[in-house]
Design a binder for this molecule. Structure first.
Ligand code: AMP
Length: 339
């Protein structure tokens, strides 16, 4: 980590190292450290030159929402500021990589391991939904790990507030994790995140995504788990369980009993039926999804702004200039990326 520069934020001055942690839709994420402190952070650094007004709306949204969240399974934002060239978001550092890469390396997870991650993911989403926030881009590459193997939900680019029980229809997120109602740009509510959770659980257990809209479940997966995935991947949104239903499901309860863990559920169990079918080598869950390609929609959405902005960050407080020793990459990548 020889190359480095300093940048003054609103809460501290940060040393930014040239260690690349990852690349996202808008910029690069580098390792950072507060001056005179051992605290390390992930600095998301975005070149202002290449931003469209839609990008600005998305970034402002990400900062406004993420800065208000506080949950052990959600990456916290510790600072946000800008200088003439770049926007900076200082995030809690997760040094265990993302679930996508971890599972690529380890292969499919056993049910018990998947359960340990899944409970944390659902608790993060339960918290979001209790705050009337939808994430809208839940996927393995947005699930980071700490060195203690704790899950942290990241990347709030597509998150939005929900009011009156629904959000304005928008095609956003990542195609493979998108529920039918988002692909069709139809009625959308918090259940869109539940579909993505269903894909996440499927992917953790198979190290693969459903192919051609067919959910073949491999041999050896328990009936409780199959039923849970089936419920999350219901085409009808009202049939999908809520986060509280998920945490009260028989699959979660089974492992909870074995591990003696306590799970924080906010609401009561509702509507989970636990009809176990006969074990088969593979189970097919019907779905209208098209071919799940590992591609993502870009960001042609959101309401364009009509007036030029003084600051791309809007309400955020500004820091001061930095002197980079090396240019920061401005490369834009698909929202489905390796980390
Ligand atoms: P994003 O722009 O949020 O999509 O992040 C792009 C990539 O940067 C992620 O896939 C991770 O590899 C890495 N990254 C983002 N946030 C963090 C973080 N808080 N800690 C460690 N790595 C991160």
């Amino acid at each position: 980590m020889s190359q480095q520069f300093q940048v003054k934020g609103t809460k501290a001055t940060y040393i930014i190292y040239d260690k690349v942690l990852g690349k996202g839709a808008y910029g690069v994420v580098l390792l950072a450290q507060a001056v005179n402190s051992v605290n390390q952070f992930a600095a998301k650094i975005i070149s202002k030159k290449s931003l469209s007004l839609t990008d600005i709306v998305n970034l402002r949204n990400e900062i406004n929402i993420q800065s208000k969240l506080s949950h052990p399974n959600i990456v916290s934002m510790v600072d946000a500021f800008e200088d003439n060239e770049y926007l900076y978001m200082l995030l809690e550092y997760c040094n265990g990589g993302c679930l996508f890469t971890n599972i690529q390396l380890s292969g499919p997870l056993r049910e018990e391991k998947a359960y340990k991650y899944f409970v944390q993911i659902v608790q993060a989403v339960q918290y979001l939904h209790s705050k009337n926030v939808l994430h809208r881009d839940i996927k393995l590459s947005n699930l980071l790990l700490t060195h203690e193997d704790q899950i942290k939900l990241a990347d709030f680019t597509w998150s939005t507030s929900i009011s009156m029980g629904y959000v304005a229809p928008q095609i956003c997120g990542t195609l493979e994790y998108m529920p039918p109602e988002v692909i069709k740009n139809g009625f959308q509510n918090e259940k869109l995140d539940i579909w993505s959770l269903g894909i996440v659980l499927y992917e953790m257990l198979h190290n693969d995504l459903p192919k051609n809209g067919q959910f073949f479940i491999k041999h050896g997966i328990s009936e409780e788990c199959k039923q849970l995935m089936k419920q999350m991947l219901e085409v009808e949104t009202y049939k999908r369980p809520s986060t509280s239903d998920l945490l009260s499901s028989s699959w979660i309860k089974k492992f909870q009993r074995n591990n003696g863990l306590t799970i924080n559920t906010c609401r009561s169990l509702s509507g989970i039926t636990d009809k176990l079918g006969s074990p088969q080598k593979t189970t097919l869950l019907g779905s209208p999804m098209g071919s799940p390609l590992r591609t993502a929609f870009g960001s042609p959405f959101g309401s364009p702004m009509t007036s030029p902005l003084n600051s791309p960050l809007g309400k955020c407080t500004f820091g001061s200039k930095h002197v980079p020793t090396e240019p920061v990459s401005k490369q834009r990548v698909s929202t489905h990326k390796l980390c």
